[in-house]
Design a protein around this ligand. Sequence first.
Ligand code: SF4
Ligand code: SF4
Ligand code: SF4
Length: 304
Amino acid sequence: MEGLRGEPTIKPPYPAESGYMGKPTNVNNVETFAAIPVIILKGAKWFSSIGTEKAKGTKVFALAGKINNVGLIEVPMGTTLREVIFEIGGGIRNGKKFKGVQTGGPSGGCLSEKHLDTPIDFDNLISAGSMMGSGAMIVLDEDDCMVSMAKFFLEFTVEESCGKCAPCRIGNKRLHELLGQICEGKGSLDDLDRLKNMSLVIKDTALCGLGQTSPNPVLSMMENYRDEYIAHVTDKKCPAGQCRSLMEYVVNPENCVGCTACARVCPVNAITGERKEIHLINPAICIKCGACMEKCKFDAIFIR
Ligand code: SF4
Ligand code: SF4
Ligand code: SF4
């Protein structure tokens, strides 16, 4: 068998301490390898002049989500989240309000407005309740529900869990179920305590990094957006208007001119009203498809 270049230095079977095909081997991240040529060309001193005291050089991030400029960026360590999101990323799409940024992928945490001026490096992200992780940054806006988002990120872990240890195999499924119940308006304040306690136990007892970091989105979102979690369990409302079970389509009588367009488009005949009279939506029949709101030219239908 031939190695990457010419004959292997030793023949198989290779001793356990040898590298790939018996050759000297260095397994590393592509980003690390990509930094090496420029360090050789320009020197370690030059490289160390970029970044912060503790974190030298640059970092590549994958900017995604509700941001004007998505894509890969490379910035000096110590650049703030505000610079990344509002200067390089061009701010939030469609003039919406910034709500948070999930850094480090599904194992990371969600940072809020109070973290925008945090200089990005490994330690600062961990202190803020997140991590550098994969370098992913998913920007969220005012329309994102932080209970649904925590559930969304947990789906990845539930899917990827190898099943070897119970905290990750069973615990993450239970977390996911609890979040689902909260999104459906079936959660209680006790469930918020349960979510937190179970997350801490999973972090402490899971066998590998996947399980140990999987509750991070839940913990950070509960910490930074507590009011939103409470609104779901006490008022049975989703402030972002994303959880279908908690939505109610309502006609504003001040705007309704009785044109009947909404009633004609409703697929389940949930809207009643005579021509030129105020229309009404029956919440017991409404399947929350949103067709009426889209059709109304008078902005008379809203979500409560
Ligand atoms: S924590 Fe690691 S070892 Fe345990 S089930 Fe999850 S992936 Fe497997
Ligand atoms: S489409 Fe709008 S204005 Fe027309 S009846 Fe329905 S709610 Fe009223
Ligand atoms: S949201 Fe859909 S189902 Fe509900 S009233 Fe409007 S059109 Fe009918």
